[in-house]
Design a protein around this ligand. Structure first.
Ligand code: M6R
Length: 356
């Protein structure tokens, strides 16, 4: 039930620290003991990540981590594109789906099996077709997600996938065991970082809301793993508000999309505090953009007048800007509520898309 929450999305956003805690407690023990219990697959030389929408974004975060920590290359493919996309022979397929019933994902699963790929599934539904048919299953333990917009399942997929990554790298020796154990212990801090992000977002986002409601289009920017979060923020905003949102790698802006930016254009930055991000922010700021910076470093923004910063805890830096997703979800939801949208049931969309 909703309890005191105005909608399921609000409830599911607030549940994220608890979901993270449950998942980390469930899996980190087995990882610390050096083995992924039901995982007898060899360490892959390449990974193919498959999913749709938010699940694909979670998969991209996980694969990026595998590449950064273990130097294992990957390709991320939309499930609907897999039939016409070549895959690397012998690649391990990591297939993510909250529902485990998405038609595009199940078709992709057939294609992957047909090409001889072993499949690790990351799903929130143990009884789903995906869970039944994959070679190994990692459960998300997020509890039922009612809102059509995926929130807590994204966090659960990223953390579940992170446990798979650490387990693989620890077992294979690609990351030395003691370091893998330190990384697992770092994960214990994630629930607090997510709770902190909820508090910081609630305090600061109302200050930008009025400016955001007046705009008709939005630009999201990020760098490195932050780019994936920018994509997720733009997806959430489109889905809930029915307004246009673009997401770009910050450095690509000057190669075209900068032409969109004018006085008052909202630019939402997943801010890594780097000098290059600072330069991008200065560039859009000079054109009168309304900047909202989401990040923990805070170095880019204060020097540039008075853009808004949602300051995040960055203690688990190697994981990428996971806590920024909380701010991005809250921006999308608050804006949708201010516009009178039904945030739990956006138009034209279904929770589980069972047609191709
Ligand atoms: O159940 P799945 O994770 O396979 O669903 C995939 C997408 O349809 C889903 O993530 C969609 O993008 C979300 N509604 C976005 O919030």
């Amino acid at each position: 039930s909703l309890g005191l929450y105005p909608d399921f999305m609000a409830k599911e956003i607030e549940q994220q620290p608890d979901v993270a805690e449950r998942l980390i407690t469930t899996w980190s023990g087995s990882i610390l003991h050096g083995l992924w219990p039901s995982f007898s697959l060899p360490v892959p030389r390449h990974v193919t990540v498959v999913g749709c929408g938010t699940s694909l974004n979670a998969g991209r975060v996980v694969a990026d981590l595998l590449a950064r920590l273990g130097s294992i290359p990957f390709a991320a493919v939309e499930a609907s594109e897999l039939t016409s996309t070549a895959t690397v022979p012998g690649s391990l397929a990591l297939v993510l789906s909250q529902s485990g019933e998405t038609a595009d994902v199940l078709t992709a699963l057939d294609v992957l099996h047909g090409r001889g790929h072993a499949v690790v599934a990351l799903t929130n539904n143990p009884h789903s077709a995906l869970a039944r048919r994959a070679e190994a299953v990692m459960m998300c333990h997020a509890g039922p997600e009612i809102g059509v917009a995926a929130t807590k399942t994204f966090v659960a997929q990223v953390l579940g996938g992170t446990c798979v990554v650490l387990s693989l790298l620890g077992c294979s020796g690609a990351v030395e065991q003691q370091r893998a154990q330190r990384l697992v212990r770092d994960l214990d801090r994630v629930p607090d970082a997510l709770a902190q992000a909820i508090g910081a977002s609630r305090r600061t986002i109302p200050q930008v809301l009025e400016g955001l409601t007046k705009a008709s289009g939005y630009v999201f920017l990020g760098r490195g793993p932050g780019r994936i979060y920018a994509d997720e923020g733009a997806l959430k905003l489109k889905e809930l508000t029915y307004r246009w949102a673009e997401s770009h790698a910050a450095g690509e802006l000057k190669h075209g999309p900068l032409a969109l930016v004018e006085h008052g254009t909202p630019v939402i930055v997943v801010d890594d505090g780097s000098a290059r991000m600072h330069a991008t922010i200065a560039e859009v700021s000079a054109r009168g953009a309304e900047i909202t910076s989401i990040g923990g470093h805070g170095t880019s923004v204060p020097a540039l007048g008075s853009p808004l910063a949602v300051a995040l805890d960055t203690t688990v830096d190697w994981l990428g800007p996971l806590a920024s997703v909380v701010a991005l979800q809250i921006i999308a939801r608050e804006l949708a509520v201010a516009l009178g949208r039904d945030v739990d049931k956006p138009r034209n969309l279904a929770k589980s898309v069972t047609v191709e």
